[in-house]
Design a protein around this ligand. Structure first.
Ligand code: ADP
Length: 428
């Protein structure tokens, strides 16, 4: 019954068709209209069914006839039919009306079934008491149901707009950026004076930073659109994390911080090594960024035994002695573009204390961890710029990769030595 065009058309005609003058039936009509949009958009009849069940129960309770109840949906169907017939060319109109009728057949069936069930119940129980309860509560249930459907749809539309924006912006920016980088390369091959060479260097650094952000946006859009492919190999987490800490050593020294890796007994896991590198590098960059000078970062790990519902996993915890995270932000920091505090702060390098970024890193980290079938969450006593309570980021990954639905994997098996050399070269 999913028909995006029908859903959009109904949404556009909400003002015109979503209400009726008849006060007695308006609540049901509104809830019905909203739920029909929901069905056309998501092919999901749960909300519609609960609206119909509430309406039928209410009708039984106030002694209303079944035909009266069916009349509300039939009138709505006629109004929509008439309007689509006037506005839309016959061929697309036919497809919309045919899907619409499938929905109305469902509505009629569920209305009749639940009305009959309700009648049986009402007869069996004390009618007056049920009547009082239904009259009070069922009307409200219907109102809430319509509100929930509407709010959900608006949220889904916002989320879709974010996804579309990221994908379009990243693809559109990629081409001019490649051009800039090409010209900078040509410039640096010329015999430039010191001043011009330093300017070219500045352009190059800016272009590289922009390249990182665009690649982040491309990764996010691949995760959202299920086009990401994980290249699965055997990964030694101790080596991966040790390598990252080595790479971040100059930033740690610059900030007078220390990092300790304590991962002696972990098993190797199946994962995309390059993606794991990306995940942990980002979490570690954040740990450096949100910890004051002289702070300390500790990386520990443990095996988690399988349970009836969860496979064997390894759990890596990255703890810092930084500013911490307020309880209300602990989940939201994993959303796209979400940044705690002042959004007017501009990006100021990857490791400067409290240097703001675009707010994409943790969204990508979460997306990539979940793509492997894992989980990530943050723990912290709260945000405090004076006492520095610290944060812990806990990443749980299955020992045998369990890609989430929509994620494709390719497995590579290579001789160990060659693998080690290549992974190190890739990550350098
Ligand atoms: P950004 O590009 O802003 O760093 P992220 O997605 O990496 O974006 O992080 C989102 C927000 O989460 C950050 O703006 C920061 O407020 C908070 N955050 C991330 N890591 C830490 C940490 N280790 N300690 C405290 N806050 C953190």
């Amino acid at each position: 019954m999913k028909n995006k065009r029908l859903a959009q058309w109904l949404q556009d005609h909400l003002e015109m068709l979503g209400h009726i003058d008849d006060e007695k039936d308006n609540t049901f009509h509104v809830a019905l209209y909203e739920s029909i949009i929901d069905v056309a958009l998501n092919d999901e009849t749960r909300m519609l069914n609960s609206v119909l069940e509430s309406a039928a129960a209410h009708a039984v309770a106030i002694g209303r006839e079944l035909t009266d109840l069916l009349d509300v949906s039939q009138r709505l169907r006629s109004r929509i039919w008439e309007r689509i017939g006037e506005e839309i060319d016959p061929e697309p109109a036919f497809a919309m009306l045919s899907d619409l009728d499938t929905i109305f057949v469902h509505i009629t069936r569920v209305t009749i079934d639940t009305y009959q069930e309700g009648t049986k119940l009402a007869l069996a129980a004390r009618a007056s008491e049920i009547s009082r309860l239904y009259t009070d509560s069922e009307q409200k249930v219907m109102e809430y149901a319509a509100e929930v459907v509407r709010a959900n749809r608006e949220l889904a539309q916002l989320e879709q707009a974010k996804t579309d924006f990221i994908s379009i912006a990243a693809h559109e920016l990629k081409t001019p950026l490649t051009l800039i980088q090409g010209y900078v390369n040509i410039l640096s091959d010329l015999q430039l004076g010191d001043q011009a060479a330093s300017l070219a260097g500045g352009i190059n650094r800016g272009a590289e930073r922009m390249g990182v952000i665009i690649n982040d946006m491309l990764d996010l859009s691949a995760l959202d659109m299920n086009t990401l492919i994980l290249i699965i190999e055997t990964v030694n987490l101790k080596r991966t994390l040790g390598l990252i800490v080595d790479q971040l050593q100059s930033s740690l020294t610059e900030r007078n911080q220390t990092a300790e890796v304590n991962l002696n007994t972990l098993p190797e896991i199946e994962a995309d090594g390059r993606r794991l590198h990306q995940i942990f590098k980002h979490i570690l960059y954040n740990a450096i960024k949100y910890t004051p000078d002289t702070g300390h970062i500790t990386i520990t790990g443990q095996e988690v035994a399988p349970t009836r519902t969860k496979p064997a996993c390894v759990q890596i915890t990255i703890a810092d002695t930084g500013v911490g995270i307020a309880p209300e932000d602990r989940e939201r920091i994993f959303e796209k573009f979400y940044r705690v505090g002042d959004s007017d702060l501009h990006s100021t390098g990857q490791t400067k204390f409290m240097g703001a970024g675009p707010g994409l890193g943790l969204a990508i980290a979460k997306g990539l961890v979940e793509a492997h079938g894992g989980e990530i969450h943050a723990e912290s006593p709260g945000f405090d710029m004076k006492n520095f309570p610290g944060s812990r980021f806990v990443v749980t990954l299955p020992v045998n990769v369990r890609p989430r639905p929509g994620i494709q994997i390719e497995r590579i098996t290579r001789p160990k030595l060659e693998e080690a050399q290549e992974t190190e070269a890739d990550h350098a």
